[in-house]
Design a protein. Structure first.
Length: 277
């Protein structure tokens, strides 16, 4: 089950990364002990079929000094741990850029180093069926660049409907980069479907429920083939009919009101919006 994605940065490559507060409840459910302030839990990170040790930590800062501050939950590991070395191996382009920037900066300059968009790489954190085990998927800079090239020949309709079976077949005409990212994209969509109990975010209805069937689809608010953005904040779950209408009519989406504005003046507002808040 997909949880969230993150741009690779210096902290991730060397000693760990924080979990955004909006995902804390998910981690509390997955690892109940971590809901206690100051608790640490040993976890495993699965990457490319291999397991790596890490800690999931609810940082024990002084709550009297920082009264009212929310908990800080992080994945932590040491700079020379097998996990840290594996991450620097995978994300060698990000690591090389960061090290060059550190070498060129003035003494005392401690500003955060931002990897430029054209070099950015990404991790995707997933829960697994195993207790205290998380799976990490990723997209490297080279894969991202290959995707930008290959996606030009694919329509949004085709991309959103690519099946898992077609993605497994190397001879379907889709590049490795497209197949890998579509698998990640489908995982994110499947997670959101479960999150909303297979209800359409526009109507709130469970389409096909009376037939014991789940019929909803994942839609990219800004087309993925244009934005390459498969973050959950760019995906909504809608019924198949409305999904076709969106692609046909091409309404604008208002992020403030969380509504679609159609060219003929009709406005359709989302009724289920929890993951977009």
């Amino acid at each position: 089950m997909f949880i969230y994605s993150k741009i690779v940065d210096k902290s991730l490559l060397w000693d760990g990364f924080s979990i955004p507060m909006q995902y804390h409840k998910i981690f509390h459910m997955l690892v109940p002990a971590i809901s206690e302030h100051g608790e640490n839990v040993n976890v495993k990170i699965l990457i490319d079929g291999d397991f790596y040790d890490a800690q999931l930590k609810n940082i024990a800062f002084d709550q009297d000094t920082w009264e009212g501050h929310g908990d800080i939950i992080q994945f932590r590991y040491t700079p020379q741990s097998p996990l840290s070395k594996k991450l620097r191996e995978i994300f060698s382009i990000s690591n090389q850029y960061i090290q060059q920037e550190r070498a060129n900066r003035q003494p005392g300059d401690r500003r955060r180093i931002i990897v430029p968009e054209e070099l950015q790489e990404f991790i995707y954190i997933n829960a697994t069926a195993q207790s205290n085990v998380f799976a990490l998927d990723y997209v490297t800079c080279n894969e991202e660049q290959a995707l930008r090239h290959d996606i030009k020949s694919i329509s949004e309709d085709v991309f959103e409907t690519l099946s898992i079976d077609s993605l497994k077949d190397e001879h379907t005409g889709f590049s490795q980069a497209v197949r890998k990212v579509r698998k990640l994209d489908k995982s994110i969509g499947d997670t959101l479907k479960k999150f909303y109990d297979y209800r359409c975010q526009l109507t709130g209805e469970k389409i096909g429920d009376q037939y014991n069937a789940h019929v909803v689809e994942a839609h990219h608010i800004v087309p993925f083939t244009e934005s390459l953005n498969n973050d959950a904040s760019n995906i909504i779950i809608v019924n198949p009919t409305f999904h076709r209408i969106i692609h046909k009519a091409k309404p604008e989406f208002d992020n403030t009101t969380l509504s679609f504005k159609f060219p003929n003046g009709v406005v359709e507002k989302l009724t289920l919006t929890d993951h977009l808040k």
